[in-house]
Design a protein around this ligand. Structure first.
Ligand code: CFM
Ligand code: HCA
Length: 541
């Protein structure tokens, strides 16, 4: 076990990580491996193309669009236009749960829809087959909406999924059909897919239904995808505090909710990376401000609830929020008190996605554990460095490859939910509207921040730091565990969860306790324990 106090010299670690790379690659990777200083946050290179040949954790644009943003909405038929593998390998792997109102209510999440493109379609074009597939889905299910997702070959042969969608939409009249040009090769990671998805959802869904939901404190929850039932716990807390959830983007959501989202008074954003575009567009067109929240970690949940209550400025809401916190926290504390003596002082490493590598640090610190190294797969600089913390950060560094959606305020609809003066007053109180702190502000001095960590670098980091737990995804899991270090999947939660809110925090503490204190890891001889001459670098001498 390595405590924070006796961490190795981080500049030697960085040197070690890049020493085997060719000079040009080493130079590039050097900019993505940063020694943290929360007081003077250094610049980190992020959202750049992975060097070919390096084994990355990243996924593709199609995964970000179809799997991440659109996948969790239960009553859209999502048809993948491409060879069958793209649909098959994205089928139910993300654990986005859903709860239809009744057993008969529409739910297509368990289906796998694909045009099953063949060589003939690649040579002669696949639009005819796509239209047939849309027709078949319509005849069989009569869904409210059908979305089409382009895979790599579709972009290469030039099928026009937008024209095909429009033709079918006009033909049906009662089914919203729209397409996404989210070919896997676009951009540098999943991130481009989020942007394309946000643009499409905003253009084709948001604002189609003006029915107003009852409720005094109405908000949309953005960037929560109900992995392992996370959204269910947040919904439970909102209900207890008297907050009305208009739409969720997109965990446990429906087409109806999203079409109605513009009637809410506030957007709260959990995963900023995947959905900041939606927050910005809804603010421009409908005057709905957004603010960053975090429901991962009990303290963060309490803080976020207080922030929401402060935004609405209602004394009754504030009192209800305090009452809920006062009731929920003792249960959380009891579990911490039981477990913390066994987890205190242990170390963790988190390399995941574009948001969780930051948010889950809160849960570890509640257990007295330190994050010694962390990084995102595909986040942008603002997710590391924060927005407002460093002025002048460009938010949409990947947008150059993506067709821009011009959003302008509609004077008929535009209704600023808070006046400029009210927003200023909230900012003065320290309530960040449209801003937040990134991962680095929260991490300790001299810890390592590594963007788009490579497989090789992860192995070296484990050998050098010997963390008590490593958090990543399914591709990393078994390699890391064979090194004698338990791996917690922070994407799928290893079939556990929920981990959000007060109850989720308790689930997480118990799962982590079971992992870091499991005697089985001591039975595995890690490679460094087997090595005859011990060390391979000066660092370990
Ligand atoms: Fe946001 Fe997500 Fe994440 Fe993400 Fe993802 Fe995911 Fe993730 Mo996997 S939207 S950035 S693209 S929190 S699918 S639910 S777990 S990599 S850290
Ligand atoms: C994706 C989805 C993923 C993959 C998870 C993993 C998810 O990016 O395509 O690598 O284990 O959360 O399901 O991030």
């Amino acid at each position: 076990m390595q405590s924070y106090k006796n961490l190795p010299d981080p500049s030697l670690v960085r040197e070690d990580l890049i020493q085997k790379y060719p000079t040009k690659v080493a130079k590039k990777r050097n900019k993505s491996i940063v020694i943290n200083d929360p007081e003077t946050i250094p610049e980190v290179q992020a959202n750049v193309r992975t060097v070919p040949g390096i084994i990355t954790q990243r996924g593709c644009c199609y995964a970000g669009c179809k799997g991440v943003v659109l996948g969790p909405t239960r009553d859209i038929v999502n048809i993948v236009h491409g060879p069958i593998g793209c649909s098959f390998y994205a089928w139910l792997t993300r654990r986005n749960q859903t709860r239809p109102e009744t057993p008969e209510a529409e739910n297509y999440i368990t289906y796998c829809f694909s045009t099953d493109m063949q060589e003939e379609n690649v040579v002669f074009g696949g639009e005819k087959k796509l239209k047939q597939a849309i027709q078949e889905a319509y005849d069989l299910f009569h869904p409210k909406a059908i979305a089409i997702f382009s895979t790599c070959p579709v972009g290469l042969i030039g099928d026009d999924v937008h024209a095909a969608s429009k033709e079918m939409r006009d033909k049906f009249g009662d089914c919203n059909v729209f397409g996404f040009s989210c070919e896997g090769y676009r951009g540098v990671s999943q991130s481009a897919g989020h942007h394309i998805a946000n643009n499409g959802v905003f253009k084709h869904m948001v604002g189609r239904n003006n029915a107003v939901k009852e409720g005094k404190f109405k908000l949309n929850l953005l960037g929560e995808y109900n992995i392992g039932g996370d959204a269910f716990e947040i919904e439970r807390i909102f209900e207890r505090t008297g907050i009305t959830l208009v739409a969720s983007f997109s965990g446990n959501s429906t087409v109806g909710q999203i079409e109605n989202a513009h009637t809410a008074d506030l957007n709260v954003i959990l995963c900023h990376r995947s959905i900041n575009y939606m927050g910005e567009m809804m603010e421009t067109k409908y005057g709905i401000p957004w603010m960053k929240v975090n429901f991962v970690g009990a303290e963060s949940t309490a803080k976020s609830l207080r922030k929401i209550a402060e935004y609405f400025g209602d004394e009754e809401l504030k009192a209800r929020v305090e009452a809920v916190i006062a009731e929920e926290m003792p249960k959380v504390k009891a579990v911490i008190d039981e477990i913390r003596p066994r987890t205190e002082g242990k170390t963790a490493m988190l390399f995941v996605g574009g948001s969780r590598a930051h948010h889950y640090q809160d849960l570890f610190s509640e257990l007295g554990m330190t994050t010694v190294a962390a990084g995102y797969e595909f986040a942008h600089r603002d997710d590391y460095e924060g927005r407002h913390v460093l002025p002048g950060i460009k938010i949409d560094a990947d947008s150059k490859n993506i067709e821009e959606l011009k959003v302008t305020a509609d004077p008929e609809l535009y209704n600023p939910r808070k006046s400029e003066a009210e927003l200023e007053a909230l900012k003065e109180k320290g309530l960040e509207i449209n801003g937040y702190e990134g991962m680095m502000k929260q991490m300790l001095k001299k810890t390592l921040v590594v963007d788009d960590v490579s497989h090789y670098e992860s192995e070296r980091l484990i050998e050098i730091y010997k963390p008590d737990i490593f958090c990543a995804g399914i591709k990393e899991k078994y390699v890391v565990q064979k090194m004698g270090v338990p791996l917690k999947q922070l994407h799928s939660y290893d079939y556990g969860g929920p981990y959000t809110g007060f109850e989720g925090a308790q689930n997480f503490y118990r799962d982590i306790d079971r992992m870091v204190n499991n005697p089985v890891w001591k039975l595995i001889k890690a490679p460094w324990q087997k090595a005859e001459n011990g060390s391979s670098t000066a660092l370990e001498a």
